[in-house]
Write a protein that binds this ligand. Structure first.
Ligand code: ARG
Length: 410
């Protein structure tokens, strides 16, 4: 015999096993458990303070939730698919623990405003983590730029040697990109950091609740004004997924640079042994798997954005069960981007430049623009100077000579 569902009142037969399996989200949304408990404690405190439920029930609820929190942290809590999601698993455990008072926690609240409160708390914390990780990465890039300030390397366009630059200039390019990535996450925080609780299922709540108090308890700096919007909008998460996608694109480019620069053909960069892997068959191999995986994982992070965009597109207001599909893409992007930033940071910290190689590659024809500029400074129109140097380069190439070998005579 199945246990009665928390919403089972109007049903005369128990849920089909397929439906239970198909609709459950506990297998992934348990990630939100601690945020759900945080939200519930704040809600219970508010209900007590407002006299909506007796103060002693608030106390029982808080104590019960704290015990559940401990069990979850110690991995002792048993999650059950028959209770569908993280919210109902916790509420059921609470009622089993403290009896009738547990059933009062859901007064003036719906799962629709409950789930999105937990989700926003989760995303706020993780966005802050990502911002901090990006800052660590920037610090490492700055250190590398300082370390290699006097090393010259070629800058490439079209992956052809273009002009000589300081290696510092190269590293600082990525520092700028990650600065913009970081700013995008910081800006996103403004729109994540809003309290939806108090919106009920869609049309608000009939009890004299105090949302300012709940917002303060949970550390939200704003309160969502419209209950329809609060329960059904996911644009804050779309923005987050888009920020992740852009940041992964930047990290993927850096990975690609390091992969080619560390190949024997370039030999500009030596990656530390501890960050590379060997081949099971070719003993000489030292593979940049971490970088390849970051480049590869950018695919799933782009996919996560498209996934949620597609879920949201065409959804009638307000909450629809489709929105349960908002979680996995976000959880996956959070995990992937955090790992990738750590990986890139370690690579930046450990990478060694081969100064002789980069210097050598930066000489020769990479100096052609400087020669053209020299002529232009002497009064030759730049277009003409460009043409002259171009013919010199063409001539030297047929002779198998480098630019440095040119003299006034030949
Ligand atoms: N697990 C659901 C979700 O993630 C919670 C909200 C369910 N609400 C409902 N009306 N069935 O979206």
């Amino acid at each position: 015999m199945q246990e009665k569902k928390l919403w089972g009142g109007r049903f005369s037969e128990s849920t089909d096993a397929f439906v239970e399996e198909f609709t459950e989200s506990i297998s992934f949304d348990k990630e939100l458990a601690l945020y759900d408990i945080k939200g519930s404690i704040a809600h219970a405190k508010m209900l007590g303070k407002q006299g909506i439920i007796p103060q002693e029930d608030t106390e029982k609820i808080i104590k019960g939730l704290q015990e559940i929190e401990q069990e979850i942290k110690e991995n002792k809590f048993i999650w059950k698919k028959e209770f569908e999601d993280v919210h109902m698993n916790i509420e059921k455990a609470l009622t089993d623990k403290i009896g009738e008072a547990g059933g009062k926690l859901h007064t003036g609240r719906s799962r629709n405003d409950q789930v999105i409160t937990a989700f926003r708390l989760y995303l706020k914390e993780n966005t802050q983590d990502i911002i901090n990780l990006l800052e660590d990465l920037q610090r490492k890039l700055l250190e590398k730029a300082k370390e290699y300030i006097d090393v010259v390397m070629p800058a490439y366009t079209h992956l052809q040697r273009a002009q000589p630059i300081r290696a510092a200039h190269y590293f600082l390019a990525y520092l700028e990109m990650f600065q913009r990535d970081k700013e995008r996450f910081i800006d996103n925080l403004k729109r994540i950091d809003m309290l939806p609780l108090g919106s009920g299922a869609v049309a608000g709540v009939d009890f004299p609740i105090d949302r300012e108090y709940v917002a303060k308890e949970l550390g939200f700096s704003q309160i969502m004004r419209n209950s329809i919007d609060a329960t059904s909008s996911r644009d804050f998460a779309l923005e987050f997924l888009s920020n992740c996608a852009i940041c992964m694109a930047n990290m993927s480019r850096f990975s690609e640079d390091m992969i080619i620069y560390s190949s024997s053909e370039f030999s500009f960069v030596e990656l530390p042994d501890k960050l590379t892997t060997g081949s099971s068959i070719m003993p000489q191999k030292k593979n940049p798997d971490v970088l390849e995986l970051i480049r590869g994982k950018s695919g799933r992070v782009y996919g996560n954005l498209v996934s949620l965009l597609t879920v949201v597109k065409g959804l009638p207001l307000a909450y629809n069960r489709d929105l349960q599909e908002d979680k996995e893409p976000v959880f996956d992007s959070v995990k992937t981007i955090k790992g990738s930033i750590v990986g890139i940071t370690k690579i930046v910290e450990g990478a060694k430049l081969n100064k002789e190689k980069t210097q050598l590659a930066a000489g020769g024809f990479a100096l052609a623009t400087d020669l053209a500029n020299y002529l232009a400074e002497k009064g030759v129109p730049f277009r003409q100077a460009h043409h002259i140097v171009g013919s010199i380069v063409g001539y030297l190439v047929t002779q198998g000579r480098e630019l440095e070998s040119i003299t006034w005579e030949s």
